[in-house]
Design a protein around this ligand. Sequence first.
Ligand SMILES: C[S@@+](CC[C@H](N)C(=O)[O-])C[C@H]1O[C@@H](n2cnc3c(N)ncnc32)[C@H](O)[C@@H]1O
Length: 205
Amino acid sequence: MKPSTQRQAFGLKILNAKHHAVRKLKAQGHQAEIHGNKFWNSSFLIMDHLKRHPPKQGLRVLDIGCGWGLLGLYCAKQFNARVTGIDADKNVGPYLQLHATTNQLAMSFETRSFDQLTKAYLANFDLIVGADICFWDELAHTVFKLIKRAHTAGVGQIIIADPCRTPFEVLVDKSERAFDQVERIDARLKRPVKATGDLLIVSQD
Ligand SMILES: C[S@@+](CC[C@H](N)C(=O)[O-])C[C@H]1O[C@@H](n2cnc3c(N)ncnc32)[C@H](O)[C@@H]1O
């Protein structure tokens, strides 16, 4: 039997690298350059958390370092959220659109880096999610500054998930010192894949 080129998880169809449509995009030259070459498991950890603690319907959600966009698409599907994904790598956009079409969902994509997200821009969102975006030392500071701007801009909640790499630990430490409502949650999944990591949640009323 041929191995499947797609799976179903959290109500979404997720295509893998062997799927003909994914291969076609690669052949057209859309090669992700900053690790956005696949869907990462930390996104599942945030989906699972949101399933247990559902946000209000219809929120404006920003998926930062969105890659293929499945976390944002999950928010669109389950919570009727109006979702934007940003990523510094323009090459991930076609993979996001492919998954949006495959799942019959809408999500917009913009090529922007974390540093380019101003307070005025961030003020347009109620919830910010980011999965596996803290993998280089300098990203701890970059993502911390972004959370600070978002907090000042009035964003209600920011959720970052990571398999606990060192820069993420630095980010948690800085956040615990800087903000009043900070949670760190140990997250584990057995299905659809075995995944472990932590969630950093910065909230305000
Ligand atoms: C490990 S992938 C995770 C992708 C997606 N969040 C997921 O869970 O599948 C990290 C993503 O962050 C993006 N990224 C890295 N540095 C960035 C930056 N400074 N600004 C915006 N996006 C960035 C990469 O292009 C990549 O798509």
